[in-house]
Design a protein around this ligand. Sequence first.
Ligand code: ASP
Length: 336
Amino acid sequence: MASRVLILYAGGTIGMARADDGYRPMTGFEDVLRRLLREQVAAVLPDFDVVALPEPIDSANLQPSHWTGLARELVVRWQSYDGFVVLHGTDTMAYSASALSFMLRGADKPVIFTGAQIPLGEPDSDALGNLLGALTLAGRHGIPEICLYFSGRLLRGNRSTKLKSEAFDAFESPNYPHLADVGADIALYADALLAPATRAFVVPQFDAEAVAVLPVYPGISARIVDAITGSPRVRGLVLRTYGVGNAPDAQQAFMDSLARATGRGLVVLNTTQCVSGHVIQGTYATGAALDRIGVLPGGDMTLEAAFAKLHFVLATNSDADVVRRALGESLCGEVS
Ligand code: ASP
């Protein structure tokens, strides 16, 4: 039986048109899409429907509440389709793909995020290629994952990151192999895919202020840490450290400020500023110091996955031990 795929248009460059002040999401993009896809007689595509969010956005405006909205749109239609394509802006696509991977853990069919660097209606756009690739993959059985497809690469959503601001091959998953490469043929790497798992979806409401991100940099002070961790609604912090997870431990006031925050129950997750590789707290004394004050190592998680995971775990648990345990394990392939 032919597969049926839902295309959900959430916004992003793919469906934008030029306005006086730059690109903006266009109205009626669903109709453009339907018409264009029907004209693709050369491509063998699954059957599809298209729906648009009531207000498609430039994804630079994304809020954690949008994740709840996106997940709900998919969950209410889950049984009616064999796969889903989410058209999303590239700026925060990896955040959304990561967030949905936690909410839709146990997905038994593909959800494939894609978008474009150049709007569909413009010359030399990458949009049609990304759209056709994502649609084709979403119609295939045996991809039980939340993925991101861009420029011929199918990536695990919660392993992906936007590395290039203009180039067509904008996304990579530096710490995890591609799930598929699409050229003249589709090479699907079954060994890299998540094993199917049965689990009920969990779609929480998020507090936008619950999680903050702080990069360490030469000269970072206790005042900066206090200002961020002292904000009453911040419950989690993604710390962006150097190399394998090193921070300026010789700055006693900085370390004391972090220690006060963890002592109050704030959850601090340590990720590296490097594009690839792991955090291994304790390789250097500067990293071991973080261990001693209760900072959790984030392994090889991307910033986007760590941020979304911290939001998800905090939104769904109030018990500190459960939160720390969940952050220490792989929930859906986001960490090695
Ligand atoms: N600012 C756009 C967005 O993220 C960029 C894009 O889609 O490529 O919505």
